[in-house]
Design a protein around this ligand. Sequence first.
Ligand SMILES: Cc1cc2nc3c(=O)[nH]c(=O)nc-3n(C[C@H](O)[C@H](O)[C@H](O)COP(=O)(O)O)c2cc1C
Length: 419
Amino acid sequence: MRVVLGVSGGIAAYKACSLLRLFTEHGHDVTVVPTAAALQFVGAPTWSALSGKPVSTEVWTSVHEVPHVRIGQSADLVVVAPATADLLAKAAHGLADDLLTNTLLTARCPVAFAPAMHTEMWEHPATQANVATLRERGAHVIDPAVGRLTGKDIGAGRLPEPEQLYAACLAIVDSGRAAPVHEAGGGAVGGARDLEGRRVVVSAGGTREPLDPVRYLGNRSSGKQGVAVARAAADRGAKVTLVAANVSLAVPDGIDVVHVETTLELQRAVEEAAADADVVVMAAAPADFRPVSVSESKIKKSSDREAGLRVELVENPDIVRGLVAAREARGTGAPFIVSFAAETGDANGSVMDHARAKFLRKGSDLQVVNEVGADLTFGKDDTTVHLLRRGSDEATTVGPASKDVVADALWDAISPLLD
Ligand SMILES: Cc1cc2nc3c(=O)[nH]c(=O)nc-3n(C[C@H](O)[C@H](O)[C@H](O)COP(=O)(O)O)c2cc1C
C-alpha cells in the first residue's frame, strides 16, 4: 500500500523512524512528508535513507510533478505521527502552507493523526475542539497514551508505541471505515475501552497428559499468544479469566488466572468460566490424546523392553466443539467463540485447506490460523495469523507482527461482531 507518513515537530518524531521501518519492512511504499519543525528533531537524511525517497517540507520542490496535489491523491493511507497541537489546528482549519498540510487536503484515502504533546496542550479546549472537528469529518484520531512525557512529567499525551500505531493503521485501512471513529492508543488499538462490561475467557498454553509421576505428553505452546490476548482484552476494559495450561509467564494484575494441567482440567475450567462469559478465546493447545492409564510409579527402563514401550492413547474431548454444542443445544455458555488452529501443510492439503475444514467442523465464530513447525510460532515473539470469519471465505492476514499486535488485531476483529 502507498503510505504517506506525515511527521510534525514534536519530540516524539524519533518514534516515527520505527513506524516507518515497520511499514517498509512489511513491503509498504512510504513517502515521508515532515514539517520544517519536524526536521529540527530528525533530519531529512534520516527520513530519506529510511524511506528510500527524497524528502521535502514545502511545495516549491519538483514543482513540475505537482507534489502538493499528487502525493495526497495517490496515497492509500495518510498517517501523521506525531501530530503536534499546531498541526492538528492547521488540519482542522484547512490551512495549507506546507507540503504536509496540502497533502492532507488532497488525500481521499483514510487519514489518521497520532497526537503527541504535553498533557496541558492535549487537554486545552482548542486542541480538543480541533480533534472533535477532525473526527466529525471522518479522520481517525488515535488517542495519545498515558505515560512519561518529555522530561520527568507523566500524563496523557505520549505517542503510542510504533507497533501499536502500525496495528492501528492496518486496522483503519482494513476496516475501510469512513465514519468518524475514536481510536485508542496506550494498549487498546482500534477502540477505546471497547470491551468495557464484557466478560472474556481466554485459554493459553499447552496441556500435559501424564504418563507416570515424572513424564508427560505435551506440546510446544508457550502461552505467549494467549496471555497477549488476555492482556489486550483487559486493557480494553474486559473482565478477563485466563485458563492457563502450564504457563510460566507473568500475567498482569486484574486478570483472574485458573491454572490447569491436562486437557480434561482445561475443559472443566473453560466450561465453568464460560457460563457467564460473552467471549471465549481458545488460544491454548490442548493435547488431543491422553494415555489410557497413568502409571502410579515411574516407568522403569528394562532390558526386557527391546521392542520399546507401547503407550495406548485415548482421544481427548474437543473443547471448542463442546462449547459450540452446548450453545446450540441449550443456549448456555459464551455467545461468541474463537478457536485457534495450529496447522501444518501436508500431502492432503495446504495449511489453509486444513484450517478451513477444521473451522467448519468446530462451528466457532472466528478462527485464528497459525502455521506451526519447529521454527514457527511456538515460543516466538512474532507470528503471522490468518483470521477466518463465519460466513466468509476471505481470510484476513495479520503479521508478521508481535503477539501483542496480533492480540489487538484479534480484538479489533471480534469487538464489532459482539452485538
Ligand atoms: C523541544 C521541543 C519539543 C516539542 N514537542 C512538542 C510536542 O511533543 N508536541 C507539540 O504539539 N509541540 C511540541 N513542540 C512545539 C512545536 O515544535 C511547535 O508548535 C512547532 O511550531 C510545530 O510545528 P509543526 O506543527 O509545523 O510541526 C516542541 C517544541 C520544542 C522546542
